[in-house]
Write a protein that binds this ligand. Structure first.
Ligand SMILES: Nc1ncnc2c1ncn2[C@@H]1O[C@H](COP(=O)(O)OP(=O)(O)OP(=O)(O)O)[C@@H](O)[C@H]1O
Ligand SMILES: [Mg+2]
Length: 233
């Protein structure tokens, strides 16, 4: 299958310091890729590049066979980024989860259905949670509402930056199921960073480890043979 993303000699530099250096990385459509590695390793930086939120200092990010400019506003409709520290609009849960659909011109009925489905997917009963204010949520609920807002878009690509940080075990399990459902039902390709290796191993087809901006390791997960990920050249 053709690559969805192809990165070649991609580097990112902040304040003159190289924080990411990826000679080559290929991400297949429909795959779930984990990003592991220590704090400051470059996970969020790589996710922001894949989300077209910033341009690389050097190198090329090819998406669906075409070189991109880095910051690609046109692609943000199909590539959705869940930031490490998500925040909500100062509105109801329903308005938050439906916001992206509204700005994309979806109809009210469609929005309502998708919001309910997305809330249920992250374990929040729509009847109870949809009418609540953004203020009336716990930290873990805020995170799940923010995730539901991304799931509701049914994007082609979903980039999740530490979606299970601060979540309890049951919520992390719900996120795992929501990730699989996104792929099964909508063919979504996912790249997910995290520090919980067992969770990443259970969710991802393969896992990359970033250390000081470099790919320190790549392995197949889900109990497959390690060392042959087919993702790195
Ligand atoms: N806007 C910025 N300006 C300057 N340096 C930055 C900026 N964003 C990130 N960095 C630096 O880039 C490096 C990579 O950061 P990044 O956020 O990608 O790491 P990470 O792997 O996501 O870490 P964590 O596990 O803590 O989330 C770090 O050394 C960080 O200090
Ligand atoms: Mg990070």
């Amino acid at each position: 299958m053709d690559a969805l993303y192809e990165l070649e000699n991609v580097t990112q530099r902040y304040d003159g310091r190289v924080v990411l250096d990826i000679p080559r990385l290929v991400i297949a459509p429909g795959s779930i890729t984990g990003l592991a590695g220590p704090n400051g390793g470059g996970k969020s930086t790589l996710l922001r590049l894949l989300a077209f939120l910033e341009s690389p200092a050097t190198g090329v990010v090819r998406y669906r066979g075409k070189p991109t400019l880095g910051r690609e506003f046109a692609l943000r409709g199909e590539v959705t980024y869940f930031p490490q520290e998500p925040y909500l609009l100062k509105r109801s849960v329903r308005a938050n989860v439906g916001y992206g659909l509204l700005v994309r011109g979806a109809g009210a009925k469609d929005i309502r259905e998708r919001v309910d489905t997305a809330l249920a997917a992250v374990g929040l009963d729509p009847g109870r949670f949809a009418p609540r204010s953004w203020r009336q949520l716990s930290g873990g609920e805020v995170k799940r509402v923010a995730l539901a807002a991304r799931l509701a878009l049914r994007p082609r690509v979903l980039l999740l930056d530490e979606p299970t940080a601060n979540l309890d075990k049951d919520s992390a399990e719900l996120v795992r199921r929501a990730v699989f459902a996104a792929r099964e039902e909508h063919g979504t390709t996912l790249v997910i960073s995290g520090h919980d290796q067992r969770w990443l191993d259970a969710v991802c087809d393969s896992k990359l480890k970033l250390r000081e901006g470099g790919l320190a390791m790549s392995e197949a997960t889900q109990g497959r043979e390690t060392g042959k990920p087919g993702r790195m050249a």
